[in-house]
Design a protein around this ligand. Sequence first.
Ligand SMILES: [Zn+2]
Length: 538
Amino acid sequence: MQQLYLGGRVFTADPARPWAEALLVDDGRISTVGSVAECRAAAAAEAPEEIDVSGCVVLPGFVDGHSHLLMTGAALAKAQLRTATTLDEIRRRLVEWAEANPDSPYVLATGFLFEAVPGNEPHREMLDDLFPDRPVFVESFDLHCGWVNSAALELLEITDRTPDPVGGEIRRDPATGRATGYLLETALHDHMWAFLARVDDATRDQQLATAMRALNAAGTTTAVDMAVDDDDAGAFVRAEENGTLTLRVIGHWIIRNTGDDARNLAQVREAARRRDTHDGPMFRVAGIKLVTDGTIDACTAAMIDPYTTGTNCDPIWPPERMEPVVELADQLGLQVACHAIGDLAVRNAIDAIERAQRVNGTGDRRHRIEHLEYADPADIPRLGANGITASMQPVHCDPEIAGLWSEVLGPERAHWGFAWPEYVRTGATLAFGTDTPTAPYEPLPNMYIGATRRSPGNPDLEPLRPDFALPVDETIVHGTADAAWASFEEDRLGVLKPGACADLVVIDDDPFANGPGALLAARVRRTVVAGRTVHSNP
Ligand SMILES: [Zn+2]
């Protein structure tokens, strides 16, 4: 069956032909891009189904360059704290959620802002009076820290003598040595998440379905999942086999620093085995992911110079542990993605990739660095020089959440935060994503931040470096064609050209003609994956 999209404007993200009048889709692929007459002439003798998109713009489906799908599905069911700016408001929402979910043995919440709690540091005592017996599990907005009450500490069997895991901290009261309920980095992973991850496959399938529905409705057709493990892969495979996977998933296998090279390298070999096993058109494994540091808000990102608070943090992956892992992955043809937010972590990641490519005589793997919130300006050109993709998330520089971020970096470093045009100017591919659920998953507000540096929720707030805003068309290319290129998908995804997959989104306002504000006003009218409508809102 063929479909002819006509009546609106088509932005292709293809530099050879950025604009067109119509699109002909044949069996899930784009067969013709051009004028209505050209598409009609190319159609088969039987008339194609006509899809009228008058008053709308057709874009390539968005490719979310960095996401966490099952966590997104799980997060959508929890109390949402991202817009709670005071402890009172956080407490009110926890009580409300607890009352609305009487059957849940726990109180679950996500998205708390450090600025919303006294001293920017959560404590079990802020929750214990409300919930003396029911365990409470709260995640920070950046998903790098956990906050639990005393009942949850007990359930997790965290005692005052439980050792800190490698790359994390169970915060203790300096006077008494008692755990405060604040879990940083791997302490969140190893204790809170490991506990909450004990769900069955049916729950995981539900989480994936929830995430797919949400992302499809927002216009996303492909998501690069940046922390795939056995549980995630199982859910993707089941959905693929059932034909219910309505979002293309490109996975990066998560490698955890065990502190032991042999065990770390075994994880890389497992990732290569997964790459060979999972290689379908809807789900495949592309490479590995290393979380090499934390975040700036929690002062756990590894910096060359300390934070304005006087503290600093060691990287989760020190260079001597990271080097063999990156070298083996590069040798096995896996794409390496390094989460690196602080300038020291960024420098270490570039060093490790540069070294691996030199040792192996490679350079065409399209390795990537995730986040790059603050890189030393001297290191920025090294990404382009080494063929490293800058994978960045405009939503992370939303002025609404940038207060503490700027404060702990200080004005000089904050001035060079999220320096998108500098990466492009010095030759790196810039791939945009959202890092959902650490930030909202909708691509259109994400593109708005890319094109304005302003807050979608509060456009009057002072933007951080408005001169780093990008033109609307370039912003959309970073969120479609470039994010696809970063995963070796430039012929298939993120672009509307003959032979590419018919993955597209129809929006009812025109940000190219009407300016970036249209990215906030626009509604997604239709989302199409492989020629099939997966969301429609006529
Ligand atoms: Zn992430």
